[in-house]
Design a protein. Structure first.
Length: 139
């Protein structure tokens, strides 16, 4: 798409959307640091595990890497740190030892529930601003 096809309103709406998202991300970074001493990526990993894991297996490190949008070695580091804090467990697959499954522990489940509740409040607070920016881009 050439820039000449974009209107002033398009630029305005995209800037407003990015501003709203940045405010939310700033809140999230500060909130997880203050309440759990986690990085945003560590919180995101816990959230992904809660949302997408099966009760029995969890997710592979590769699946987690994709959902958090980090490189595989970064996902390994994230899961190592979270496992050290006993927020998740790691185990190799029996059928193919190349795969490592990660799963929330009860402590990880409790922590992510608490953090997600705070995030949901913040999202609800900013939802009108975000939805307005998106609606203007849709026109």
């Amino acid at each position: 798409m050439r820039s000449s096809l974009l209107t002033r309103q398009d630029y305005y709406s995209m800037a407003c959307l990015r501003y709203a998202l940045r405010k939310f991300l700033r809140f999230s970074k500060d909130f997880v640091r203050a309440n759990a001493k986690l990085t945003p990526e560590q919180y995101e990993a816990l959230l992904v595990l809660k949302a997408f894991s099966t009760d029995y297996e969890g997710l592979t490190v590769g699946q987690l890497s994709e959902r958090v949008q980090v490189k595989h070695h970064t996902a390994v580091s994230l899961t190592d740190k979270l496992a050290a804090r006993k927020l998740l467990t790691k185990r190799r697959a029996h059928s193919d030892r190349r795969y490592v499954y990660v799963k929330l522990t009860p402590a990880g489940t409790k922590l992510v529930a608490s953090l997600a509740a705070g995030h949901r409040r913040e999202i609800r607070k900013h939802a009108p601003e975000i939805m307005e920016a998106l609606a203007k881009l849709k026109k």
